[in-house]
Design a protein around this ligand. Sequence first.
Ligand code: CU
Length: 546
Amino acid sequence: MSTKESFCLAVFALLLVSSFGVKDPELKQCKHQCKVQQQFDEKQREACVRRCEEYSRQKQEREHGGGGRGSYGEEDQYWNRESPIERLRECVKGCETQRGQQRERCQSSCQKEYEKERERYEGNERQEEEGEEKQQHEENPYVFKDHHFVTGPQTQHGRVRILQKFTDRSKKLFRGIENYRLAIYEADPLTFVVPNHWDAEALVFVAKGKGTVSLVTKDRRESFNIKEGDILRIKAGTTAYLINSDQNERLVLANLMQPVSTPGNFEAFYGAGGENPESFYRVFSNEILEATFNVRRDRIEKLFGQQRQGAILKVSREQIQGMSHHEEGGIWPFGGGESKGTFNIYEQHPTHANQFGQLYEVDSSHLRSLRDLDVAVTLTNITSGAMTALYYNSRATKICVVKDGAGFYEMACPHMMSLQSQTHHEGSSQREQPGSRRESSDTPRYQKISSRLKLGTVVVVPAGHPFVAVASNNQNLQLMCFLVHANDNEKHALAGKRNVINKLEREAKELAFGVPEREVDQVFRSQEEEFFFKGPRQQHRGFSDM
Ligand code: CU
């Protein structure tokens, strides 16, 4: 069989698997999302599941017919681009620029890579399914994966994904960040996100792509060209709209939302719109609207009855040019004319940098107005095979999104032990062993919290919790983090140059460790790097897909 034939065969087999639902991970994912929607009652859940099945059926028909994409918009999503089939598609697309034999060779190597990946992927999926029930009880509450997101407005050209409320995951652990929400915006090349406002303060980080954001307040409209690494504040109630002006690249924004009306909940309000997105003008009574606009009812009905294409629309290059008359960059919308242009995290000097990684930080010392929000933004780039120092934040709780690459993290947490022992008490049959510790009177016990990190994974690291992140051996790990309660926060290193223990006097070291100072120093003074270190020689065995 020629390479070409075997390639076609692989693609065909792959279409069979994905289109006949032998295993449709998207359908599974979609149904799962229905089940975890807190605000749904049983009927709404059932309707949601039916919609998933209908999407799946339509998708099968389309794909069987030779084209089209699923309506979940899951495949090909930036945060999700990791299934073997998706990578195969990407890979094959990349071959299109080549000709003749070179193209065939390229396709053949795509296929080989795909087969290797598929084996691994299916193995992982099986393991995941087997462990699913167990995980529901033992799941790491600090890690949020794809199924912890609720999908907000979505069309075939993009979507908004909102992470579940932190306190819905654990009231105990996350009360301190109850009033913060994470939202991920994804817009396809050449698209327009229609104007709307939120009842929330928003801090926007451009994770990928470029475009233009327009903000309307009272009698001003300001437009900002945005690119990867830009940070932008959108004040609550500001009417905002967005263009992805790039022809090829998806625009991805990570937004930290701070609701101003209902703690932990925010909503989008669309004025310009019609049926979909539904315009809020439509709910007012006709008499009111006639009087408000001073025009006849039929005109109003016509205007608000047209739009049915949803909140994210495909646009032409001409339309984009028409909306791009502003100058490059604008005035940083933090008020007070603090700095010209949008603020880019990559243009700052890294706080820490060596061959093992770089840390970029933007806090209120760079931008005074971040103090109002009590938020900071960091970007950590860990070189493949390297790691961060073991450290903790004094006041801030970090909400991190894996922006690129893969790796894992470990954290020490005193809360999990007490949560588990409570569950045991409530679960009746488990008796406390004689001589075992009592929660209230003893010193704390710590549990290792760890998880694999991959594109799109969200991790919360509370203040005071010692933490380390490690990049995989073949990719850099990039973490984009919002720090909540960031004012006057300090990072305290627990290893490496300038670690906390090295600052203790001899007596304190000897008393605390119960060994001579020399032995303490042998351990705490050996690592000469600061903040980024060479990683563990053997990567974590528990995470086989690194
Ligand atoms: Cu904890």
